[in-house]
Design a protein around this ligand. Structure first.
Ligand code: UPG
Length: 340
């Protein structure tokens, strides 16, 4: 299968870290397919070097100097920059079939069987299951399809502002025509759906083959205490923290073991943010600000306890006690008790 490849995309150094973990996870599960990373022109040189050790091919895609239809269309639709870059995967015509995977995905087992599927195969999106999620999809590289997609995109735009909207409008029979193009959800398990249907996750979650850290907060938004093997930065409001702690830990373990040493080596003495917690006195939160460890700033005395019913009423009225009763740690504890 030298002419089949897994393809991902990273336009920034952070997404590149995600791509490294994804690539390494595919290697660890002994894929026989080629690995291709498409990168933007702003990805730093050391990151490219590391990608080069994990991936078979690292290809810089710059829609701005490609001088073709994509370039012209981008002039009209500058908002669709990353989308156009992702559509570039169709130009990988030296492969007969590919599986695209977002840089915020990670495989938990070998998924080479996906290459038995045809274009365009994908799993349902958790938010609107008649749409497919474009974080994992099977496609056939073709310059003709690429041109058509670009034209379609510049003429019709994207209903969600990203590639997922464009691809769903273009491959608009996905929901109804051919059930073999519906990948099982375990090939693109987004962290969001875990909490929205917990019994299903308990029933089927152990079969998951790909996890997708969909949404604003990514694994690399957190930091990691490599000594203790703990992810830091959990003190987020629950509506912003929907990544399952086990998968999050798995991502960081892979990063710490196989990716961070490569980055350390590639950067040598020059500046490099490992994502690791520096010492035990500081916690780097997701906004990237440094906070002193809470131990040095004792919390104010807790407000009087509310009854469970009063708490519920406040929650429903939008008065959510993010730092107290409704903190993520408490919600997580509750969820963990269900999962036991
Ligand atoms: N990406 C970059 N640089 C960026 C932003 C995105 O390289 O600045 C790549 C990367 O591979 C990333 C992917 O594009 O994983 C998707 O972007 P992401 O930020 O992960 O979007 P999400 O909101 O998590 O994902 C949903 C879909 C995804 C789709 C995206 C936009 O799951 O497949 O691409 O929305 O429609």
């Amino acid at each position: 299968s030298a002419d089949q490849a897994f393809v991902t995309l990273a336009t920034t150094d952070n997404y590149a870290k995600g791509a490294m973990v994804l690539g390494q996870s595919l290697r660890n599960h002994n894929t026989t397919k080629k690995l291709v990373a498409l990168i933007g022109p702003h990805v730093a040189e050391p990151c490219r070097d590391v990608l080069g050790t994990i991936f078979d091919e690292v290809r810089v895609v710059d829609v701005l100097d490609s001088g073709d239809a994509a370039h012209l269309s981008l002039m009209k639709r500058p908002d669709l920059g990353v989308t156009f870059t992702k559509l570039h995967c169709w130009t990988l015509t030296h492969y007969s079939k590919c599986v695209f995977m977002d840089a915020d995905t990670m495989v938990l087992s070998n998924i080479d069987e996906l290459f038995e599927r045809e274009e365009l195969s994908a799993a349902p999106d958790p938010g609107w299951p008649d749409c497919f999620n474009s974080g994992v999809f099977v496609f056939t590289p073709s310059n003709e399809t690429h041109e058509k997609l670009i034209t379609f995109c510049s003429e019709n735009g994207s209903f969600d502002g990203g590639d997922q909207g464009v691809l769903n409008s273009y491959f608009n029979t996905w929901a109804t025509k051919d059930i073999s193009k519906h990948l099982p959800f375990i090939y693109n398990l987004s962290s969001i759906s875990i909490y929205s249907y917990l019994p299903a996750f308990k029933q089927y979650g152990h079969d998951a083959k790909v996890v997708h850290f969909l949404g604003k907060v990514k694994p690399w938004s957190y930091s990691y205490d490599n000594q203790r093997g703990e992810v830091r930065g959990h003190s987020l409001p629950p509506d912003q923290c929907q990544l399952h702690p086990d998968y999050l830990l798995l991502w960081w373990q892979l990063y710490a073991k196989s990716v961070q040493p490569l980055l350390q080596h590639a950067y040598g003495d020059s500046a490099f943010t490992s994502g690791f917690v520096e010492g035990s006195e500081e916690i780097r939160d997701v906004q990237g600000e440094l906070h002193q460890d809470v131990r040095e700033h004792p919390a104010p005395p807790p407000p009087p306890k509310l009854s469970s019913n009063e708490r519920k009423q406040r929650w429903e009225a939008g008065q959510i006690d993010y730092m107290g009763d409704d903190s993520f740690a408490n919600i997580e504890r509750k969820l963990d008790s269900f999962l036991k």
